[in-house]
Write a protein that binds this ligand. Structure first.
Ligand code: NAD
Length: 260
C-alpha cells in the first residue's frame, strides 16, 4: 500500500484526486490538507462515503500520518512551499499546480537533487494533452511557424496556462528557426513565449483545452486536445503516484516517464 496525502483536498482537482485515490486498492489516503476547508468531512466534500478523514490545515498532518506521496493541487504560491516541505520530510511529491515561477523551479530542482524523496511537476496529467505536446514537438521539426491557443474555465488563476508554457518550451527545443511574430508589440497578438505566440481564453463552461496551430505555404496543421471533465487527469495522477518513487530528483512533465 502506498500512503497518499492530498494537499488542496477541498478544491476542484483535490476532491477528484481524493476519489481517484480511494478507488485504487494499492493506495491509501492518509491525509487531506486544505486550510480553506479545515475541519470539514472529506466524505461530504468529495461526495464519497469511503473518505472517513477530516480535512486538516497543517502540512505537518501528512508527515504525522506517515504519507509516502503528496499530491498537490493548490495555488502557485503554496505549491512551492508544499513541495519543499515534502522534500524536507522524505515524502515524494506529485505537483499538478501550475504557475510556479522559474526561480522557484530552479530552487526545487536544487533541493530535489539532494533529497531522499523525488518530485514530479506536471502541468497536465491528461494523457491526451501529454500526447498533444509530444506531437507538437514532432510537428515543429517540419512546421517551425506555430501559435498556441489555450482555453480554460474563468476561475483559473494563472495565464498563460502551464500546459501552453510547457508546449512552447518543447516546441522551442525541437524547431529550427521559425517564429509567430516574436517581437511584435500589439497586445492582440498574444504573449511571446520563446518566440511562440500564446493566446489565453477564459470562459465559464470550459475546463481545459488547447490548440497548437502550425502553418506553412499552402497548408495548416492543428493539434487540439480537450479535457471535458476533471476525470481526464486522474489516470495520469495515479500513474505518477505509483511511479514517482522510481525517478530520482525533479522531473518536469509526465512525458519524460512514458516511452513516447
Ligand atoms: P481550486 O481553487 O478549486 O482548488 C485549490 C485548493 O487549494 C482550494 O481548495 C484552496 O483552499 C486550496 N489551498 C490554497 N492554499 C493552500 C495551501 N497553502 N495548502 C493547502 N491547500 C491550499 O483550484 P483547482 O481548479 O483545483 O486547480 C488547482 C491547481 O491545479 C491550479 O494551479 C490549476 O491550474 C492546476 N491544474 C492542473 C492540472 C494538471 O493536469 N496538472 C489540471 C487541472 C488543474
Amino acid at each position: 500500500m502506498i500512503k497518499v496525502s492530498v494537499v488542496g483536498a477541498g478544491g476542484r482537482m483535490g476532491r477528484e484526486v481524493c476519489r481517484a485515490v480511494l478507488a485504487e486498492h494499492d493506495l491509501e489516503l492518509v491525509a487531506a490538507i486544505d486550510p480553506g476547508f479545515s475541519g470539514r468531512s472529506l466524505g461530504e466534500l468529495a461526495g464519497d462515503p469511503r473518505a472517513r478523514l477530516m480535512v486538516q490545515s497543517d502540512l505537518g498532518a501528512m508527515a504525522a500520518a506517515g504519507a509516502q506521496v503528496m499530491v498537490d493541487f493548490t495555488q502557485p504560491a503554496s505549491a512551492y512551499v508544499d513541495a519543499l516541505f515534502a522534500l524536507e520530510h522524505s515524502i515524494h511529491a506529485v505537483v499538478g499546480t501550475t504557475g510556479i515561477s522559474p526561480g522557484e523551479l530552479e530552487e526545487l530542482e536544487r533541493r530535489a537533487a539532494d533529497a531522499s524523496s523525488n518530485l514530479l511537476i506536471a502541468p497536465n496529467f491528461a494523457m491526451g494533452a501529454v500526447l498533444m505536446m509530444v506531437f507538437a514537438r514532432q510537428a515543429a521539426r517540419y512546421f517551425p511557424d506555430c501559435e498556441i491557443i489555450e482555453l480554460h474555465h474563468d476561475r483559473k488563476l494563472d495565464a498563460p496556462s502551464g500546459t501552453s508554457l510547457r508546449t512552447a518550451e518543447m516546441i522551442a527545443e525541437s524547431r529550427k528557426g521559425g517564429s509567430s511574430g516574436a517581437g511584435e508589440q500589439s497586445s492582440s497578438r498574444g504573449l511571446d513565449v520563446q518566440g511562440i505566440r500564446v493566446h489565453s481564453v477564459r470562459l465559464p463552461g470550459l475546463i481545459a483545452h488547447q490548440e497548437v496551430v502550425f502553418g506553412s505555404a499552402g497548408q495548416a496543421l492543428t493539434i487540439r486536445h480537450d479535457s471535458y471533465d476533471r476525470s481526464s487527469f486522474m489516470p495520469g495522477v495515479i500513474y505518477a503516484v505509483r511511479n514517482v518513487g522510481a525517478h530520482a530528483g525533479m522531473t518536469v512533465g509526465l512525458e519524460k516517464w512514458l516511452s513516447l
